[in-house]
Write a protein that binds this ligand. Structure first.
Ligand code: ATP
Length: 324
């Protein structure tokens, strides 16, 4: 297993000029349900091996966007290209190159875990290539998602989190080139969440899988994503790497430290320089040193507040001004 890399490290690698192939392109995607306009012009590109997270409040249109890209929902207008095909016309061979984990589906309850995974895996077998052997070996995959001891169990007897792990296993069984995940870790305990993150990094590092996911867990988004898109009211109101978004909110980092039993706090845009100065003066007399940066949660709350107050489109630059 490759050493998992963080989203930030990978974003830097991507930014350093690795000109990966574009595998997904969306232009001016619009979607109406009856008279209700849910997507109001989404633009998005994704490169091979990129992890992109769609964030946004309930009802923002994240699931709708994924469903259009997966070919499960017909869009009202706009251009969509996924792995060289329009999802509305994707054939079986195209579908076999995708992995999909829906927000919820509840059937196959009487099936046993290993049997169901094997069954889904067989669909992908005809599309195996020398570069990408399909499907995953069932027992290897069961071990990867932590379901080995439940392999013989009926699905209706799994806990919610175990069922979700099976959903994820079904999503990746065909070694997808693009993986769509709609709130994949809802219901995961911390250990399962960590194992799932490792699995995603492994898919990216070893198989160059492109991953598009939704989550309401902002720590998860910050950890996993090369790029975050914040959707509100059917539009992308901001996007960037977690670090770029944090920088756009322009809050100073907070440095806290203790000297001679007294605790100190200092806000600064240059925490490294401040720490160097502290060490020059106090040396090893410094204890409990901590630097706290603007979090993705701060960005999210700022952006959503701006959106809800009626200013729907907020560029990072505007936020920058706002927070000076
Ligand atoms: N089949 C449908 N028919 C009519 N309206 C729908 C349908 N599916 C979704 N909607 C509406 O479209 C809007 C966007 O829904 P969507 O599920 O895409 O949002 P979301 O961002 O994924 O939300 P959540 O975070 O709650 O999962 C919501 O207002 C929802 O009520």
């Amino acid at each position: 297993m490759g050493v998992p890399t963080t989203g930030t490290v990978r974003a830097e690698a991507l930014a350093a000029g690795v000109d990966a192939e574009i595998v997904l392109r969306v232009e001016d995607l619009r979607m109406n349900y009856g008279r209700k306009e849910v997507l109001k012009g989404i633009d998005l590109t994704a490169r091979r091996g990129e992890i992109i997270t769609l964030l946004g409040p309930n009802g923002a249109g994240k699931t709708t966007t994924l469903e259009v890209l997966e070919g499960f929902r017909r869009r009202s207008s706009g251009k969509v290209d996924v792995l060289g095909s329009d999802p509305e016309h994707g054939d079986e061979a195209w579908r076999a190159r995708l992995g999909v984990v829906l927000q919820s589906w509840r059937d196959h309850g009487a099936w046993k875990v290993r049997d169901l995974l094997h069954h889904f895996g067989r669909f992908h077998a005809p599309y195996s290539t020398p570069d990408r052997l399909r499907p995953y070996d069932t027992d290897t995959l069961l071990a990867l998602v932590g379901l080995t001891e439940h392999a013989g169990q009926r699905i209706k007897h799994l806990s919610g989190g175990q069922r979700r792990r099976l959903d994820v296993a079904i999503g990746v069984v065909g070694r997808p080139e693009i993986l769509f995940l709609d709130e994949p870790t809802a219901g995961f305990d911390p250990k399962a969440r960590q194992a799932f993150h490792d699995l995603l990094f492994r898919l990216v590092d070893e198989e160059d899988t492109t991953i598009l996911l939704t989550t309401h867990d902002l720590d998860e988004a910050a950890k996993l994503s090369d790029r975050v898109l914040l959707l509100a009211g059917g539009r992308i109101v901001t996007e960037g790497s977690p670090d770029e978004l944090a920088a756009s909110v322009a809050g100073d980092s907070e440095v806290t430290w203790t000297v001679d039993g007294r605790r100190h706090v200092h806000g600064t845009a240059a925490p490294a320089r401040h720490i160097a100065e502290l060490y020059a003066v106090h040396g090893d007399g410094i204890t409990d040193l901590k630097v706290t940066r603007t979090s993705l949660e701060d960005v999210y709350m700022t952006m959503v507040r701006r959106y809800e107050s009626g200013d729907a489109e907020v560029a990072p630059a505007d936020l920058d001004e706002e927070n000076r």
